[in-house]
Write a protein that binds this ligand. Sequence first.
Ligand code: GDG
Length: 462
Amino acid sequence: MSRLIVVSNRVTAPTNQPAGGQGGLSVALAEALREYGGIWFGWSGERTLEFTGHIDMQRTGGITTATIDLEEQDVEEYYNGYANKTLWPLFHYRIDLTEYDRNFDAGYARVNQRFADTLVPIIEPDDIIWVHDYHLIPLAGELRKRGVTNRIGFFLHIPWPPSRLLATLPRHEALVETLFDYDLVGFQTTEWRESFRDHLLRETDAVEGEGGSITAFGKTIATGAFPIGIDAQSFMEAADSPEALVIRKRMAESINGRQMIVGVDRLDYSKGLEERFLGYERFLADNPERSEEVFLLQVAPPTRGDIGSYQEIRSKLDTLSGRINGAYAEFDWVPIRYVNRGYPRHELAAIYRTARIGLVTPLRDGMNLVAKEYVAAQDPANPGVLILSRFAGASLQLTDALLINPYSQEEIADAIKQGLDMPLPERKRRWEAMIDGVVNDDVVKWRTDFVEALEAVPERID
Ligand code: GDG
């Protein structure tokens, strides 16, 4: 049987602690890696003065991780630069925030070469390699240059942008072409896959074949949509765990009979937090007689704090939450509880369970796992209401949520009102229509479907 090698920017292997703050992704990948006797390869998160190429191999939580340190300049140009100042905003349709800088290109290419140089000696002939996300698009090309003929798959966790936006990226042709060094390129939804295909049909002489295959640049690759899911079972159990019950009791006391609306997001401009606060303010302004019945708990742990656009959104939200609270609060009530830190997963599950409304309003999102976690954490006898942006990949699956356009404050405000007033039978009907998908299309199914599709790709002939 072949081994699986997973490659991602950061390695987030599960620890041995059972109640750790682990994400579903790392748990699901770790499980696959254990089954396949595989390795998880990536950046350690550590910075060194000079790149050494030393690989730190460890057995953690039953799997093998292989990590390398990067130079300060690598982190600046590759991670903070090309990945998060160029590709992330561009792929989330924010060309206003996209920085185009040749030094970033150089750093991105260099780090992908470094990944390839250090990975090649570890690869055995039968291994299959699964590369994750926008940080590592050129990795297959670099591996091919070094003679690697193994099967290599790529999964993009974020959207694929419209062709006209991608065309603003200098040397986008080379970035797209290098995806043809993979055997399989997977997207979260058919929408992003079609966007990729449309770009190829517009800009190249690509031909679409059977079952999602595309031929261009003299090579044929398989493509497909593989919607990522959550570890639903363990999330449902987390919401009912004794630790969660303690939190739920504490929350119930603090809520004091009010209805809670919850948002949980990394503090990222793609998540539509500003629009969410403004939409909620509109609800307060439109419904003064109701406003003290509710409050919004927004959990937003900061990320990518070295980057200017992240510092700006953080300071905007500080100002906005302060202004709204200043304008509407009473001596015994504040409309927004805004928290800039993360919670352990079981506490998060307890928070979702307690919230009458899950408010998920990204301006653009590859999938959005918070929406699925909110659904999984609900009490079947008394489920809450999910309000979900049409521009999240998850909206293609969670069609029984209240789907809104996050750019419209009115739509957010109206949906909040509708969610608060929604009778129990309708809440149950909508929740029941969503929960089966969340449970069945879980993170294990995503991983199995991808790996099976990669194994099924015919041998390359180039
Ligand atoms: C990218 C794509 C795609 C958040 N706050 C806390 C916390 N979280 C966890 C959530 C959820 C995860 O982080 C966030 O996942 P999302 O999917 O919502 O968004 P991104 O981080 O942008 O993820 C996205 C995803 O990749 C997977 O492919 O869905 O579209 O952008 O699991 O629960 N977890 C804990 N405490 C927090 O305070 N423990």
